[in-house]
Unconditional design. Structure first.
Length: 514
């Protein structure tokens, strides 16, 4: 079985795989402990005691490892919660965008229909304006109007208020449609603002990678494993330093005058300016020192001193390694903390996005209602506009019929004038014939009176000496009756007016009507 001294020697040599051979330090079989001055042993003791101040570094390493484990657990929980929330929010955003696209289709469809309807209304109004201009450009022939009246056009004999009222109604409907579009456009803008706010909040923190897998950073599990391993190694190093200190204490206490010298040297100020306290292991009146010197086997003491002398140069290396490992742990802990902070930031941003989504949800119903209201208002006003569009077409057809009727009136006047001229000519010829008969009858009567009139008594026939009966043809209107039948022999003017000027356009219209 390995002796305690051998075990201590084996443990102390765990600093490195191989302990360097030094001149003047032979193997234990050849080593003479008495050749090592007590001052050297005391110096190694004080250095070993100072190395134990690395305990604060080891405690710091333990705290880092413990805190890192807590942060890793927190990061795993936050990552799972954040991923779940972001997945749910992304699904809700997808639904919101579908709703937004539906609203856009309704809005764009309404705009297209509105533009098409405006073009249709413009075309109908243009046709109506052409018909109105045609009536305005057509001056009524003065023969149809009372003498002295100012010139009038065909449009003067129709009620223009109908057109104005219809146009006002169309304008009001167009304003209502524009107001509906503006209102719906405002709802779309507010919806877009909400979606942008949600997207911005989601993008404020990039999607956190899994704590155990990351391309940009070393995985947190690796960092945690490294911190844990480093903390364990530092604890082992501290244990080795502690065992080395125990060996130094044993070597000093088993050396004559070593305890007193150690206490005196410990009381002095060290190079760092701080005294070293060893009173806990070496008392002022160490009564056990002489007993230990007498009881310890010289061979065992030689092994202890040899181990102390051989391991002493490695103390500074172990302390430096502890410090270096702690620096690496600080760096690893900083990287792990940075990733954890990113997880926290991503979680906070995701929670903020969730609250934004919740607010949007409270307004979503109003957006859907705005779409339905827009569709209903558009349908109502479109029905009115289509009705007015039909009225415009009917009014245009009426004006065109009115314009054509005036052309027909001109033709009818010409026809009636022609008939009256023929009647007048016929009656004129008849009058001339009658006048000739009357004149011949007058001459015959005069001849009869001269030949035999003196032989007949005048009272034999009362009408024998009377004049020839007169005949007169008079033009009679329906509202005049027979009251115009009395008068002279002159034929009255016909009631049908004579058109003084027939424009080529009128003639062309007549030909068209024919």
């Amino acid at each position: 079985m390995m002796s305690p001294t051998s075990a201590s020697s084996s443990e102390s040599r765990s600093y490195h795989d191989q302990s360097p051979e030094r001149d003047g330090n032979p193997n234990s079989a050849e080593f003479n402990a008495d050749d090592v001055p007590v001052e050297v042993l005391v110096k190694h003791l004080l250095a070993a005691k100072q190395s134990l101040s690395s305990m604060t570094l080891v405690l710091r390493a333990h705290d880092l490892a413990t805190h890192a484990r807590e942060m890793h657990e927190e990061a795993i929980i936050l990552s799972a919660q954040t991923s779940f929330l972001r997945q749910g929010i992304s699904e809700q955003v997808r639904i919101l965008r579908q709703v937004r696209r539906g609203m856009t289709r309704a809005y764009e469809g309404g705009r297209r229909d509105f533009k098409n309807l405006l073009r249709t209304l413009d075309a109908a109004n243009s046709r109506l304006e052409q018909a109105i201009d045609m009536l305005r450009d057509t001056v009524v022939d003065p023969v149809f109007r009372p003498p002295g009246e100012e010139k009038k056009c065909l449009m003067d004999f129709v009620d223009e208020k109908t057109v104005e009222t219809m146009r006002d109604t169309v304008k009001e409907s167009i304003k209502e449609l524009q107001a509906a579009q503006t209102s719906f456009d405002g709802d779309l803008l507010r919806f877009d603002t909400d979606l942008r706010a949600l997207t911005k909040t989601m993008a404020s923190a990039a999607t956190p990678a899994s704590p155990d897998s990351s391309d940009a950073y070393q995985p947190m599990s690796h960092l945690l494993g490294s911190l844990t391993a480093h903390s364990h190694d530092m604890a082992q190093h501290l244990g080795s330093l502690n065992r080395h200190f125990d060996m130094c204490v044993k070597a000093v206490r088993t050396t004559e005058g070593g305890a007193a010298l150690a206490l005196r040297k410990a009381a002095e100020v060290t190079d760092g300016g701080d005294p070293v306290s060893i009173s806990g292991v070496i008392a002022d009146q160490d009564t056990h020192a002489a007993a230990e010197i007498d009881s310890m086997d010289p061979q065992e003491r030689a092994e202890v001193v040899q181990v102390v002398v051989q391991d002493a140069p490695e103390v500074d290396e172990v302390v430096a390694e502890i410090q270096a490992v702690l620096q690496q742990m600080e760096a690893d802990f900083g990287a792990l903390k940075e990733q954890t902070d990113q997880m926290r930031a991503a979680y906070v941003s995701t929670i903020a996005a969730f609250y934004v989504l919740e607010e949007i949800g409270t307004r979503l119903q109003s957006y859907v209602q705005a779409e339905a209201e827009f569709a209903q208002r558009w349908e109502d006003e479109r029905s009115i506009l289509f009705a007015k569009l039909e009225e415009m077409d009917e009014l245009k057809r009426f004006y065109e019929g009115y314009y054509g009727a005036y052309d027909s009136l001109l033709l009818e006047v010409e026809r009636r004038r022609s008939v009256q001229e023929k009647i007048t000519a016929t009656w004129r010829k008849a009058k001339e014939t009658v006048d000739k008969l009357v004149e011949a009858d007058r001459k015959e009567r005069e001849h009869f009176r001269q030949e035999i009139g003196e032989f007949l008594p005048t009272d034999l026939w009362a009408g024998m000496t009377g004049p020839t009966r007169r005949w007169e043809v008079v033009a009679v209107d329906d509202d005049d009756g027979a009251s115009n039948s009395a008068g002279g022999s002159k034929i009255q003017q016909p009631s049908t007016p004579t058109l003084k000027n027939v424009r080529p356009a009128d003639a062309k219209r007549r030909e068209t009507i024919r």
